[in-house]
Design a protein around this ligand. Structure first.
Ligand code: CP
Ligand code: NVA
Length: 311
């Protein structure tokens, strides 16, 4: 049996595939806005396994499947046998004999890869400790809407440079050829191994002001990711100089825009004046989760122009 195609990290797509998917996402968004019915995933089911909380990921995948004519199942450890010790691989084996696609949000990225190896159907990473590729699709779609492409631009990522969002931004910078400037306190910067693998287009700074110089786009993320709650007090103290506020935005390129994957903590990683201000794209960015993921679902299920073109 041929191994299915998975989407566990951004670099699971080639540059051509990624660009084609982003253009397809824009087309699906246009079709949705125009009220066109498009239901290629009729009779198909997506299982959504959530080992961590979610608002956007759950709602965008569930709604996306409904719009594509399919069905989505929400599964959490609290009410499945995962919570009583059934292994992640056994869960993948069973689910993938019944459903057509699986999305999973989990902790360990190695665990996610083991899950995917055991699955007969495509697996989509809805966030792991190391990667959040679906969020990057939405962010890149938002940049595409603004500039046509992020290629050639400069993006500053301010905050936890060792987290899943930072790593997915590093992959995006390599794939789409833009400059990424990470501003993060020492101890919270990409590891030497990550920089060696993914750092070709990334520069790392120990202060936020240096990192935002010349940036067209400033992004941040929570200081304490899911699973790191015990470190919250230490992180609040270490990251305090890394808040994205009006003074920091003033050091970026004039007219620079702001993104945040959300959920946001106003007064911590971002000030209210920035996230609620005129240069913030966060609500369009959140909506774009839906359109970008519909393009991925369509592609991995073997439908639509990107799958057919064989890029
Ligand atoms: N940005 C994001 O993934 O949001 P949720 O945690 O609400 O899914
Ligand atoms: N880095 C955050 C992203 C949330 C969408 C986390 O992992 O909690």
């Amino acid at each position: 049996m041929k191994a299915p195609r998975h989407f566990l990290r951004l670099q699971d797509f080639s540059r051509r595939e990624l660009e084609a998917l982003l253009h397809r996402a824009a087309e699906l968004k246009r079709m949705q806005r125009a009220g066109e019915s498009y239901t290629p995933l009729a009779q198909r089911t997506l299982a959504m396994v959530f080992e961590k909380s979610s608002t956007r990921t759950r709602v965008s995948f569930e709604t996306g499947m409904a719009q594509l004519g399919g069905h989505a199942l929400f599964l959490s450890p609290r009410d499945t046998q995962l919570g009583r010790g059934e292994s992640i691989e056994d869960t993948a084996r069973v689910l993938s004999r019944m459903v057509d696609l699986i999305m999973i949000r989990t902790f360990s990225h190695a665990g996610l890869e083991a899950f995917a190896r055991a699955s007969r159907v495509p697996v989509i990473n809805g966030l792991s400790d190391d990667h959040h590729p679906c969020q990057l699709l939405a962010d890149l779609l938002t940049a595409q809407e603004l500039w046509g492409s992020v290629t050639g631009r400069t993006v500053a990522f301010i905050g936890d440079g060792a987290n899943n969002m930072a790593r997915s931004w590093m992959e995006a910078a390599q794939l789409l050829d833009f400059q990424l400037q990470i501003g993060a306190p020492e101890g919270f910067q990409p590891s030497a191994a990550v920089q060696a693998e993914l750092g070709a287009r990334t520069r790392v700074f120990s202060n936020a002001q240096a990192a935002v110089q010349n940036a067209d786009l400033v992004v941040t993320d929570v200081w304490t990711s899911m699973g790191q709650e015990a470190e919250s007090a230490e992180r609040l103290a270490r990251f305090a100089p890394f808040q994205v506020n009006a003074a920091l935005m003033a050091q970026a390129k004039p007219g620079a825009v702001f993104m945040h994957c959300l959920p946001a903590h106003r007064g911590e990683e971002v000030s209210a004046e920035v996230i609620d201000g005129p240069h913030s794209l966060v609500w369009e960015e959140a909506e774009n989760r839906l359109h970008a993921q519909k393009a991925v679902l369509e592609f991995l299920a073997g439908f639509g122009p990107v799958a057919k073109s064989g890029v």
